[in-house]
Design a protein around this ligand. Structure first.
Ligand code: F6R
Length: 357
């Protein structure tokens, strides 16, 4: 099934442009306009606040989704880690809608919250890759990711599909509310798919980066600001789960509040710079760590790139950069694991779907 690919993870990374194009086809009406089931759009727009609940990579997609929905549909969104929700239950708004994001649709931590919010009488929407999964059956509404089976334990194409679906939901909800967006989301997702293809072709460069920065290191830091911060959380999770390198993602400005103490000569620091309004400040953060001996690897976006950048991703819409910028991070994690002799598809201690709380 994985054909000529050595690992499912690499195959699934490569499938991402196709998945985005498939989603553009699946979520459009006969007139070719972006379309989502009207009941779902109504439920979203009737809510006074959305509560996204998820774990791991799906939680990271939820963080990006919050930005998209708040910016485009103007609905307040909170994002919660499922396993913490019951102890730290937020004070709920009057008309909440719960959105469960789960590749497998079987994650026990998320299901426990769904059971609870159903008991409380709240409506729910599940965004999942698996039709008929538990979280899909038990929620009021479902949106499918159409990513095809994801076999590798490390989630890749489901993450980008989740963000694409959240972007489409945000755009359709905005339109239904009469908010005029200055962005054609279908067109911009098409541009993203092309950018992803270019990025998937940059395997050799990513292998080089992994070799140069991560072949023998004990740890690695990722930094980003604004939406790049959410993407570096995901980049760090990918790296640690498959290569066993201790990796952490930080908001660029936060490192100096403690963690910078860990920077030594040669410590790799991977920085994302895809957002114009924070471009100079993230570069300032890179200078701070370089002054302590860090080995910096800046991944920026065309138009915002500067001389010392290690890699430049093609330009995409500023709200959709996570779909593109995560691809090099996925590939870097893949090659780091490969170089270090790890079983990429089946990392130790992990299962594809976590069915215990
Ligand atoms: C990381 C990873 C996990 C899952 C998490 C939630 O690569 O795969 O962090 O994202 O266990 O799983 P789902 O999305 O199936 O609920």
């Amino acid at each position: 099934e994985k054909g000529t690919y050595p690992y499912y993870m690499l195959k699934e990374i490569d499938e991402q442009p196709l998945v985005i194009r498939r989603l553009i086809e699946k979520y459009r009406n006969e007139q070719g306009e972006l379309a989502i089931d009207e009941d779902i759009v109504q439920a979203v727009n009737e809510a006074d606040r959305l509560y996204i609940v998820a774990c791991g990579t799906s939680y990271h997609a939820g963080l990006v989704g919050k930005q998209l929905i708040e910016n485009w549909a103007k609905i307040p969104v909170e994002v919660h880690i499922a396993s913490e929700f019951s102890y730290n239950m937020p004070l709920l708004s009057e008309k909440p809608l719960f959105i469960y994001i789960s590749q497998s649709g079987e994650t026990a931590d998320s299901r426990a919250v769904l059971v609870r919010t159903k008991e409380l009488g709240y409506k729910s929407l599940t965004i999942t890759n698996v039709p008929g999964s538990t979280l899909s059956r038990e929620a009021d509404y479902t949106l499918l990711l159409h990513a095809g089976p994801e076999i590798a334990v490390a989630s890749t194409k489901a993450y980008t599909a989740q963000i694409a679906v959240l972007a489409m939901l945000a755009a359709v909800a905005a339109k239904a509310k009469g908010i005029a967006l200055d962005v054609d989301v279908t067109k911009e997702l098409g541009i993203v798919a092309n950018a992803m293809e270019t990025l998937c072709d940059a395997k050799h460069e990513m292998e080089q980066i992994a070799r140069e920065y991560l072949a023998t290191t004990r740890n690695c830091f990722f930094i980003g600001r604004a939406v790049d911060y959410y993407v570096v959380l995901e980049g760090a999770l990918k790296l640690k789960e498959i290569s066993y390198i201790q990796a952490e993602g930080f908001a660029g400005g936060e490192l100096k509040h403690g963690t910078i103490a860990l920077i030594e000569n040669g410590t790799p620091v991977i920085a994302l710079a895809t957002q114009e309004h924070v471009n100079l400040s993230i570069r300032g953060n890179v200078k701070e760590v370089v002054a302590r001996g860090a080995n910096p690897c800046i991944i920026s976006m065309k138009g915002l790139d500067m001389e010392d950048d290690r890699f430049v991703i093609p330009a995409v819409h500023p709200m959709l950069t996570p779909l593109a910028s995560v691809v090099p991070l996925q590939l870097i994690a893949y090659y780091a694991a490969l170089h270090r002799g790890c079983d990429v598809d089946k990392p130790r201690n992990l299962a594809k779907s976590v069915t215990v709380e």
